[in-house]
Design a protein around this ligand. Sequence first.
Ligand code: ZN
Length: 217
Amino acid sequence: MFRWQIRPPAFLRRLLPGTVWRLPVAGERVVYLTFDDGPIPEVTPAILDMLEAEGAKATFFCVGDNVRKHPEEYALLRQKGMGTGNHGYAHRQAWRTRRKDWLADVEEGSAYVPGELFRPSHGQLYPGWLADLRKYCRHIVMWDVLSYDYRADLKSEDIEHNVLRHVRPGSIVALHDSLKAWPRLQTALPRILRQLKKEGYRLESLTPAEIEKRCKK
Ligand SMILES: [Zn+2]
């Protein structure tokens, strides 16, 4: 795969002013793993076990409808000290949804996943919607490394490679706690965690405080 597919180029990041793609960590070896689309009982607890085994923290961008269906898995995330963010209630695509309906979906999601962090589903967002969106969530979190763990035509080694080849201090890495990603992620994730640790990286969760501290000029 091409580098620009995995690490979004600067012009794309600039299209959405004020959104977070990577945290400025001044060379500190910190990486922020994120998991989208859960929580689900088949995958999320297994990921938590893998993270715990390596002393790693991460952030889960939860689909409101999944939190409604699986409150125990959501509670487990909070209990384990993981970061959580709103990923919409029904995982609606902004580019196929009217502004009013999309914002209503964000609002509904924030009832299930309260807090200030949001990631748009499918990464879709219109710059003109940012101001309204910030009424619900102050921090819109994108990514610095896209793993493509959801792509069935890739192997677990490809996912490993996508992450390990492109990760850098302050990277926000996009992964998924979904049934679609699991066939690859269950093999790739423990290897990614071990390798990052070996390279001296600390894996932290994203919180509003962490974002505000790091982004303060
Ligand atoms: Zn998603």
